[in-house]
Ligand binder design. Sequence first.
Ligand SMILES: [Zn+2]
Length: 70
Amino acid sequence: MSATTSGEEYRDLVICNSCQWAASLLKGSTGYSACPICGNAALDTIPVNDYEAYTMNVKNKNVEIEFTKD
Ligand SMILES: [Zn+2]
């Protein structure tokens, strides 16, 4: 493991349920109060531990997030 700063230990996954925009944020970053694409303020924030791998699939109106651990 390489050295990491505290901001890299943890991150949040932010998803807009309106337009399926999504982004990963480092913990401690400002984040988003509303979707930058459609302006929806009801964003879902999902904390994701750095050691957890995940894949995100967007199918029609559904966002599927699959978490995998080694
Ligand atoms: Zn949006």
